[in-house]
Each structure stands twice: as C-alpha cells, then as structure tokens.
Design a protein around this ligand. Structure first.
Ligand code: BTN
Length: 264
C-alpha cells in the first residue's frame, strides 16, 4: 500500500512521508512541523515503538495491521479550539470509515471511534510551538484495520475491534489512509470557516454516550457518576451528576456504564 502512495506522489499533492518504523508519528510530525513542514503533510508508519494515546496511555502499533499516522495542520484557530479539532477529526474519521466499508461506527467523547461498543480507532491531537507561520496542530490517528482478535494487547481484553473483524474482510490500508486524510482536511476547512455548530450537530448524531450513564474519573482520580448531556458549543462534555449538578469535562477518563465493553 505504501509503495503505491509514494509512486503516485502522495495524496492529492500532499506530502506523505512513510516510514517502516517510528517511535511515534506524532513526535516525528511535531519535529517536522517545527522545521517548517508544510500544512497537510502526512507522517505514517507501518509500526510504532512508542505510540501514544490519550492520558499517557500506550497505543500498540504492530506492523502490517493498522494505520498509524499524523497530519500536520496549521488551522486558523486558537489554542482553545483544540477540543473542536479533535471532535472534527473524529467526525471525519467516522465518515471515512463509513465511506470505505459501510461500517456504522459511533463517537465517544472526545476521541474514540467505537463499533458496537468496542474501540476501533483513537485520535491524539497535540500542539506544536508557535512560530511566525502560526501554530501547528498534529492530528494523530490510530485505526485498527486488519487486526484479528488475538492482535490486541491482553490488558485491552475483548474491548478492541478492527475493520476486518467488524466487516469480515481485509482492507487496503493505503486506500483508507487516503480517504481519512481527505475527510479530515475537508472537515477542518469547514471548522475554520466557522461551522463548528454544524459539525457538532453531525457529531451528535453518532454520539455513543448521550443520555447514557457514565462515570467520569476526574484528573485527580475522583469519580463523578451521571448522565452524559453531550458536548457543549465549545466541544466540552457536560455531565449531569446524580444531584442534578452539571459538570463541564475538559479531560479525564470516561467509562460508559451500561455494557462495560468500552472502558478504554
Ligand atoms: C487514544 O485513543 O488514546 C488516541 C490514540 C492515538 C494513536 C495514534 S497512532 C498515530 C499517532 N501517533 C501516536 O503516537 N499516537 C497517534
């Protein structure tokens, strides 16, 4: 798959850098953006030795099975818009998965793509340093494409799923990389044009948590139990706790309570 993208000169003229193995495509993308890499540059690796997830978790990245890549973006947006970018990228990823496989996935705030409650993909958005060109935002995406049930780490139990497992067929990772990259670029343009309210409306259609009981583990480890009211107009999650108080969630771990399958 990689060779084909190289031969064809990237994705729609975008620079696509493909590596056999990296520590983390996000780290390489952050370094390249500091050196002035053009926006739209895609950094992909067949495997990662230190793939990162949210909340300091690892993202297992064995060769030949998944997509691990980072898009360098320089959106005309502020630092406070980072959450909006993550939600926008999630919607784009969902759209691209559906377009390439007809699989109906759901979105779990802020960055997970679920299929029947199991995790198919995750997004890690990180900010580069500000320069005269603006601030780079790295949109890192890990998507389980051709993994089988035994390819997930033991600690994940049965909570991971791939496109192959869901659709019972293998997929060409190059085609999916192209579809996701184009969808992310399209949606981020829409966000830059001020259409976050419309993006949020679309996002909410696929919200896996809305109206469901969940436990939010605050960054200090204290649990808050309540019902998800979905993201607000800034992309922050609102949870109504059992006393009726509404909390605004910026970060921390979220566990849906009804089925216990998607506690990532
Ligand atoms: C999460 O679910 O917590 C986010 C996972 C993001 C993983 C991707 S893989 C490509 C990119 N490089 C990284 O080190 N992480 C992201």
């Amino acid at each position: 798959m990689w060779e084909q993208l190289r031969d064809e000169g990237g994705i729609n003229g975008r620079q696509v850098l493909i590596y056999k193995r990296l520590n983390s495509t996000n780290t390489t993308a952050l370094n390249l953006s500091a050196e002035g890499a053009p926006p739209g540059t895609v950094v992909a690796a067949d495997s990662q030795s230190a793939g990162r997830g949210r909340l300091g978790r690892k993202w297992q990245s064995p060769p030949g099975l998944g997509l691990y890549f980072s898009i360098i973006s320089r959106p005309r947006l502020g630092l406070s818009d980072l959450m909006k970018i993550t939600l926008t990228a999630g919607l784009a990823l969902r759209t691209a998965i559906f377009a390439t496989s007809a699989l109906e996935t759901e979105l779990k705030w802020p960055n997970d793509i679920l299929w029947r409650g199991k995790k198919m993909a995750g997004i890690l958005t990180e900010c580069g340093a500000a320069s005269e060109k603006g601030r780079a935002v790295i949109i890192g995406i890990g998507l389980n494409v051709n993994s089988g049930p035994d390819d997930f780490p033991a600690e994940m139990g049965r909570r991971g799923v791939s496109m192959r497992m869901a659709a019972e067929r293998f997929y060409d990772r190059g085609l999916i990389l192209t579809a996701v990259t184009e969808a992310v670029e399209r949606e981020v343009k829409r966000l830059e044009s001020g259409a976050f309210a419309a993006i949020l409306r679309d996002w909410r259609r696929w919200d896996a948590s809305a109206g469901r009981q969940l436990t939010w583990l605050k960054p200090d480890g204290m649990p808050v139990c309540g019902i998800s009211l979905g993201p607000d107009e800034n992309g922050l999650l609102r949870i109504k706790d059992n006393t009726g108080r509404i909390h605004q969630v910026i970060s921390g771990d979220l566990r849906l309570r009804d089925d216990g399958t998607d506690n990532n």
